[in-house]
Design a protein around this ligand. Structure first.
Ligand SMILES: NC(=O)c1ccc[n+]([C@@H]2O[C@H](COP(=O)([O-])OP(=O)(O)OC[C@H]3O[C@@H](n4cnc5c(N)ncnc54)[C@H](OP(=O)(O)O)[C@@H]3O)[C@@H](O)[C@H]2O)c1
Length: 259
């Protein structure tokens, strides 16, 4: 491949499914992909947020599809896959596994079974299940890209969210296995590990002076990231510009894991 054929950072003609696309990083990713030429489907449990995102996509002149569902259940995943395939009979070209929860803040010894189950059911099992379904057509036609949103919590001890960190560590390991198993089947699989990004998930951390200061002190760049600053690296990994990139984690963390 010569310089003249340098691959574009564009997604024209691609169809991308973004889970958790109703707000935060998923929303920013949806809009970035539409600006790069993709058609986008967004899913989450909150239909009003999905409708707002589709409105924003259309305001950019793009095409968007909203499919409300609960990815924490098998029925919810089946509903999403069947609905998506009614719109796109050949399936998606891109899957961004972004939906996740982090509802419990507690010390390791206080984190009960129910909390562990809830987090692993959505963040891990829900992600794995929908990936199997959405990637089947990708494997059949030997073309596709998957990006799993993990966290610096997969490699750093973010305090009081052990189950969340473990769910993201599991996704990081799964990303590598999947990438290797599919490396010769046309489907690339990578992960993005953000540090603290300004979204609803981190609103409480940002609001409380002590916690905000803790994050800013530990981030070499000295600030929270913005959702768009995660969306652009996701876009890169899904584009042909990353055609030789699979099985890797890109840290989008203001330098956190380098320090
Ligand atoms: N913000 C950060 O600092 C940060 C740092 C590292 C990693 N991350 C990761 O980045 C991703 C996006 O996070 P965010 O900060 O943008 O969080 P967010 O604003 O809370 O967005 C999470 C999205 O996931 C959806 N979701 C949650 N549970 C779901 C379920 N059972 N079924 C379907 N959709 C579900 C939510 O919609 P509903 O609630 O309406 O279903 C929402 O659209 C997550 O994987 C998160 O772990 C975030």
């Amino acid at each position: 491949m010569g310089a003249a054929d340098a691959p574009p950072f564009r997604l024209d003609g691609r169809r991308a499914l973004i889970t958790g696309g109703g707000r935060g990083i998923g929303r920013a990713c949806a809009l970035a992909m539409v600006q790069a030429g993709a058609e986008v489907a967004v899913t989450s449990r909150t239909a009003t947020q999905l409708d707002e995102v589709v409105g924003a996509i259309e305001a950019l002149g793009g095409k968007g599809i909203a499919i409300p569902t609960d990815l924490g259940t098998a029925d919810g995943a089946t509903h999403l896959t069947e609905s998506l395939h009614r719109h796109w009979p050949d399936g998606a070209d891109i899957l961004v596994n972004n939906a996740a929860i982090s509802p419990h803040v507690a010390a390791v010894e206080e984190l009960e079974d129910d909390a562990w189950s809830e987090i692993l059911r959505v963040n891990l099992q829900g992600t794995v299940r929908i990936t199997r379904q959405i990637c089947a057509p990708m494997l059949a036609r030997q073309s596709g890209a998957v990006v799993n949103i993990t966290s610096i919590g997969s490699v750093r001890a973010l305090p009081k969210i052990a189950a969340y960190n473990a769910s993201k560590g599991a996704l990081a390991a799964w990303t590598k296995t999947m990438a290797v198993e599919w490396a010769q089947r046309g489907v690339r699989v990578n992960a993005i590990a953000p540090a603290y990004i300004e979204t609803e998930m981190t609103a409480e951390v940002k609001r409380r002076d002590k916690l905000r200061g803790w994050v800013e002190d530990r981030t070499p760049m000295g600030r929270f990231g913005q959702p768009e600053e995660v969306a652009w690296p996701i876009l890169f990994l899904c584009s042909d510009a990353a055609s030789y990139v699979t099985g890797t984690t890109l840290y989008v963390d203001g330098g956190w894991t380098a320090a």
